[in-house]
Design a protein around this ligand. Structure first.
Ligand code: 13P
Ligand code: 13P
Ligand code: MG
Ligand code: MG
Ligand code: MG
Ligand code: MG
Length: 380
């Protein structure tokens, strides 16, 4: 039988500010989910101010009943958040009512349907204070970089590589790239993670799913600033896929992602255990948690809190150094994101105020040239 893993997340109110989730909300979510006959198993957790519902079932991807269940759970949590006057209660629920599929309504979704192997280790990555393109760099390293994943070189079951589905988040298009043969072309796109995001990765020989991420862009959906689209990602490990340690290894070399304070800054993505998944310094730096599970007939055996390991201390230290350096830049790029990537801006307002103080130099030059011409004409 096939089992579907659905990871659905939303920020329905921060405690305190945007730093964490109040335990009462998590309890409420567990309460709602435990009453559902649709699920084989579930696990509720949070990273920063985002609630993550990890659900297993047999209903496949994009199932209306499962999405409805997640929506109802977030609505119930929002009621608690409103009662406690938590920050931004209902922040990610953009629609007033559920309408068949949770995509486009605000919450982030990553789902994969798998034929469970003899052993099915999976890792669920969940990040706060960043955006879906944040997975591009680690996914590329896991599935296409032999300096990260030695399995690409020495494991006969991986040696032919993987196929990447890349989404253009602005024009809503997709394209498939084959690794390793297309990697130079692919990097032109995925190196621009604000626009192009890796949506899915498939095993080239078997066509089986290897990884899937959430690629919802809240600001595009809402047409206004409502917070960054803190993303999730599911990755299968071992036998034909990267080993668990190969899946985690990219995070030992922290990369810069967009998000952080007010969704408008660049900063290092810090791998942390759940205990440390409460971004507070300048509302960050952005965090990523990795929970490992063994799927057993749909049962989520786990989790194992994979970054709660001293082997990632150096990465965390490096993130703090990078954070110090970036913070020195204050409101200057590239710490502050460039204009069209910022989640909110005062530019139109300031521009309007200063409109009359701007002097158009091109017009001035044209006027001068015209005056010169007329003077010459008069003289001749
Ligand atoms: P063990 O010998 O601990 O099972 O490890 C096997 C392996 O392939 C680790 O990457
Ligand atoms: P979230 O997207 O996690 O809600 O953060 C928003 C923000 O403005 C942080 O400074
Ligand atoms: Mg959010
Ligand atoms: Mg928030
Ligand atoms: Mg968040
Ligand atoms: Mg957010």
């Amino acid at each position: 039988r096939k089992v579907t893993v659905s990871v659905i997340k939303a920020d329905v109110g921060g405690y305190v500010g945007h730093s964490s989730v109040h335990p009462e909300l998590l309890e409420k979510a567990r309460g709602v989910l435990s009453g559902s006959p649709l699920l084989i198993d579930f696990h509720v957790t949070h990273v920063g101010d985002d609630i993550n519902l990890i659900l297993t079932h047999e209903l496949g991807r994009n199932n209306g009943e499962i999405h409805q269940l997640a929506w109802d759970t977030f609505v119930a949590c929002t009621e608690v958040a409103k009662k406690l006057k938590l920050y931004g209660a209902g922040q990610d629920l953009l629609a007033d009512a559920f309408s068949g599929n949770i995509k486009g309504l605000g919450p982030g979704v990553a789902e994969m349907e798998v034929e469970e192997r003899e052993s099915e280790p999976i890792v669920i990555f969940m990040a706060d204070k960043t955006e879906p393109g944040a997975w591009n760099y680690p996914l590329y390293k896991m599935f296409a970089d032999p300096f990260n994943t030695i399995g690409l070189v020495i494991d006969p079951k991986m040696h032919n590589g993987f196929v990447f589905e890349v989404r253009d988040l602005i024009e809503d298009k997709k394209i498939m790239f084959h690794a390793p043969e297309d990697i130079y072309d692919m990097l032109v796109f995925i190196g621009a993670p604000g626009r192009y995001a890796i949506k899915r990765i498939f095993h080239k020989d078997t066509g089986q799913i290897a990884a899937v991420s959430s690629t919802q862009r809240l600001n595009l959906m809402a047409g206004r600033y409502v917070g960054k689209d803190d993303p999730v990602c599911i990755v299968r490990c071992q036998s034909g896929y990267p080993a668990l340690g190969e899946v985690l290894e990219p995070f030992a070399h922290p990369h810069l992602v967009s998000g952080w304070m007010r969704g408008s800054h660049s900063g290092p993505l810090m791998p942390v255990g759940l205990r440390q998944a409460t971004p507070t310094r300048f509302d960050g730096p952005p965090r990523v948690v990795a929970l490992g599970f063994q799927l057993a007939n749909g049962r989520l055996v786990g989790p194992q809190d994979l970054f709660d390991d001293p082997a990632f201390d150096r990465a965390r230290n490096l993130c703090n150094l990078i954070a110090d350096y970036m913070r020195h830049l204050g409101p200057f790029e590239p710490h502050r994101l460039h204009l069209d990537e910022m989640e909110y801006t005062t530019m139109p307002m300031v521009m309007k105020k200063l409109k009359d103080r701007f002097i158009d130099l091109r017009m001035l030059k044209a006027q001068k040239a015209k005056a010169e011409q007329e003077k010459q004409k008069a003289e001749s």
